[in-house]
Design a protein around this ligand. Structure first.
Ligand SMILES: [Zn+2]
Length: 763
């Protein structure tokens, strides 16, 4: 059933270079899912693939796609989609554009002015820079704003709230400051920007301003633009402030935003903020922050401006006015298919968004340009005799920036097909220089580690696996972590929240997912600014596109390897270990809170706070807390024992398969093993979803309602713990345990079919 692409091809296409490291004594990860025979052939195809990836093409893709502003609804957004479509077709893909109609507000009125003690009107404008030609494309640029801010017109005293997280408000309470009726100013950083207005509103604020402090991404980090790569005085971070209830179109939660979809009214949409929000530069924030009095800000609240940071309230009094055009706009997803050689109908899916806030060279074109180069080379290999076993689907998403619109609506629309067919989703987004980072579901940890062993790091010449592995050792917090890492022969895959287009695949549809990218050798940051463009990227970031090439090589090899594997290349031992760690973290959280609150209550009783109180600098004692009871996690721990047993059993079957020399298994056996493996990741879902966010179905992997981007594994339990609702947290344990046991059952079935296949093969 699968060998047709083998025919004749070794004769026709001479081998170029096949780069791979000599394997360690304890082999695969690299060829997880492969018979020995197919691994050899696959190694040759992949070697040709990696060799053919051209940095110059990636550069040209970026030049073309970032040449003009291309946000949702703009002429160049559509133009890019059509160009991408034509390229996929040229490369031999069966490609089409799928259009969805989504709510996308654009700014109509933006005003920030200080009325007291002095008058200052914010510029809200990023000036053009002469040596950066696209920075002057003012006619097409989307002004700086926060999408999905509610319309509003408010005037009130100003209060500085640090990052505007929940802990910051606990500190404000101790400073005796309430934000009720005030406008807050928060700095960017530490989680999803939409959390800032959400928490501010929960505490009674009536408006929210977010600014970029130079400590985070400006001159404190390095020379600023245009001399250096970092955000200049007037640079502004645009961005969505959509609430975390559900991603995608605010008007069509859970269903695709197709032409005839039933839509909520604007009033019913739950993901629009309740108070007006606007982002500003530090140039505009400086007069406002300088005018604040009241207590000096706690030390860890201070940024890098040359002022003494005060909290307020006032005397600065600010007028904030925001209003948007609340239009329905089209998003254009380009979906390109390279049909597999079997009619099993399994899909291997690759995606990166193409929309940006402005020119978006880094975000998202650095990833998009690399992804397109993968597709070009795959098309070329196909023309020379390679046909994937499984169907390969390349997706260039639109509307990621406002709220993952293109990918969420597509997944919601195609949910049934995806349930039956999707094997893996591999995402990328921005790409820079440095180390390989892999996030995702850890059933793919061995798989992606194997791929990384075969890709060369352009700066060191070692493999990207080796470099990332050594980097992890360098970054480890203690000797124990280092020793753990040294024993591993895989890269730790971190859990994903909802930072990019993998969200709907992992959290809503239960599809094993990876998010890949290089970074951490920072030369600058112009995130969501007009200066994130071709000039800036090619001057300060991946100048020679060698890391663009490395991303193409990594993600493309992963797609080919997942597409051609005899059986789906998952291994559950790393996943079972990761989930066990998440459960241990829950236990630790309870224990830490018990200790913290016991100590705090004791100090309150002893008068420690009173004794150490400086009467001139008010810092109120924190409130007494109820010490958390023991939370019964036993059902979950028992379920994890079952999961470990199943994962070990499947890993043992893999080892037995290798020990037999990885023979080609009979087609019927492979068919049932693949069907089993396809099903396992769906078993992480519970159709009721998380208790307060039903759109999020995955019971292990989810973002936090109060962190956004960041993952909160086992969120059903974890989030109640964060809110000190211990009984509710415990109430979630049985159903999470049930999900873990169901997953274990699914893995057992795969292990059993594998064992049977091996036993038959031995006869
Ligand atoms: Zn992006």
């Amino acid at each position: 059933m699968r060998f047709r692409w083998l025919t004749g091809l070794l004769v026709v296409v001479p081998l170029l270079s096949v780069r791979s490291e000599p394997e360690a004594a304890n082999p695969p990860p690299a060829w997880l899912g492969y018979s020995a025979q197919n691994a050899v052939l696959q190694g040759q195809w992949e070697g040709k693939f990696r060799e053919a990836i051209s940095a110059a093409n990636i550069r040209e893709n970026m030049r073309r796609l970032s040449a003009r502003p291309h946000h949702v609804g703009s002429p160049y957004d559509k133009d890019n989609a059509q160009w991408i479509l034509s390229k996929f077709k040229e490369w031999g893909f069966d490609a089409r554009i799928e259009t969805f109609n989504v709510l996308f507000p654009t700014p109509k009125i933006r005003l920030v002015e200080m009325l007291q003690p002095t008058v200052y009107r914010a510029k809200l404008k990023e000036p053009a820079v002469s040596k950066d030609s696209t920075s002057g494309q003012t006619a097409e640029q989307l002004p700086s704003y926060n999408a999905y801010s509610v319309d509003g017109d408010v005037t009130a005293p100003l209060i500085y709230v640090n990052y505007g997280n929940r802990e910051d408000y606990e500190k404000l309470d101790r400073l005796g400051i309430s934000v009720k009726g005030a406008i807050v100013i928060a700095r960017y950083g530490q989680g999803w920007r939409g959390i800032k207005p959400k928490v501010a509103a929960e505490h009674g604020a009536i408006g929210c301003i977010i600014y970029s402090d130079p400590k985070g991404d400006g001159y404190f980090q390095g020379d600023d633009f245009p001399a250096g790569g970092w955000r200049p005085r007037d640079g502004v971070q645009r961005g969505s402030v959509m609430d975390t209830d559900y991603p995608g179109d605010p008007l069509t939660p859970g269903v695709g935003a197709t032409a005839n979809a039933k839509r909520l009214s604007l009033k019913e949409a739950r993901t629009i903020t309740t108070i007006p929000v606007l982002p500003i530069s530090y140039g505009d924030a400086l007069p406002l922050l300088s005018a604040l009095k009241g207590p000096v800000a706690p030390e860890d609240w201070r940024g890098a401006l040359a002022i003494t940071y005060h909290v307020g309230p006032g005397p600065a009094r600010v007028h904030l006015k925001v209003s948007s055009n609340w239009d329905i706009k089209p998003v254009y997803d380009v979906i390109a298919t390279l049909h597999g050689s079997t009619d099993e109908g399994q899909w291997v899916i690759r995606g990166n968004h193409h929309d940006a806030w402005v020119n978006g060279a880094d975000d998202p074109i650095s990833g998009q340009a690399a992804m397109l180069e993968e597709a070009r080379v795959m098309g070329d290999l196909h023309a020379h005799g390679w046909t994937p076993l499984r169907t390969v689907v390349y997706c260039a998403w639109d509307g990621e920036e406002p709220g993952l619109l293109g990918s969420v609506e597509w997944v919601e629309t195609h949910l049934d097909e995806l349930r039956n067919r999707a094997v893996i989703y591999i995402n990328s987004d921005t790409n820079e220089r440095g180390y390989l980072f892999a996030g995702g579901t850890q059933d793919l940890q061995n798989f992606v580690s194997g791929v990384a062993r075969n890709v060369e790091d352009p700066e060191t010449g070692m493999s990207t696996y080796q470099r990332a592995h050594l980097h992890a050792i360098a970054e480890a917090k203690n000797a124990e972590e280092r020793s753990d890492l040294r024993k591993r022969n895989d890269l730790l895959v971190r859990a994903l929240g909802d930072g990019s287009d993998y969200t709907a695949f992992q959290d809503f549809a239960g599809i094993s997912s990876l998010d890949l990218g290089f970074g951490d050798e920072d030369d600058g940051d112009q995130y969501h600014s007009i200066y994130d463009d071709f000039h800036w990227y090619t001057t300060f970031v991946d100048k020679d596109f060698s890391y663009g090439r490395a991303l193409s090589q990594t993600a493309g090899s992963a797609i080919m390897r997942a597409a051609d594997a005899d059986f789906i290349p998952v291994d559950y031992t790393p996943q079972s270990q990761a989930i066990e760690k998440y459960a241990t973290d829950l236990e630790k959280l309870v224990k830490d809170k018990q200790e913290e609150f016991t100590e705090r209550n004791l100090e309150l009783k002893e008068g420690v706070y009173k004794a150490t109180q400086d009467p001139r600098n008010l810092l109120l004692p924190p409130p007494a807390e109820i010490v958390p009871p023991y939370v019964n996690l036993a059902p979950m721990k028992n379920a994890l024992v079952v999961l470990k047993k199943s994962a070990d059993r499947y890993s043992a079957a893999l080892a037995a398969y290798q020990a037999k020399g990885s023979p080609v298994l009979p087609p019927q056996a492979l068919e049932s093993i693949n069907a089993d493996l396809l099903r396992v990741s769906r078993l992480f879902l519970n159709q009721k979803g998380l208790p307060e966010r039903p759109w999020f179905k995955n019971q292990i992997y989810a973002p936090g309602a109060y962190t956004g981007y960041g993952a909160k594994p086992i969120a059903a339990v974890r989030e109640y713990m964060d809110e000190k609702k211990w009984a509710e947290a415990e109430g979630q344990v049985p159903q999470v345990s049930q999900v873990i046991e169901t997953v274990a059952g699914g893995i057992d079935k795969a292990a059993e079919d594998f064992e049977n296949a091996l036993a038959q093969g031995a006869k």
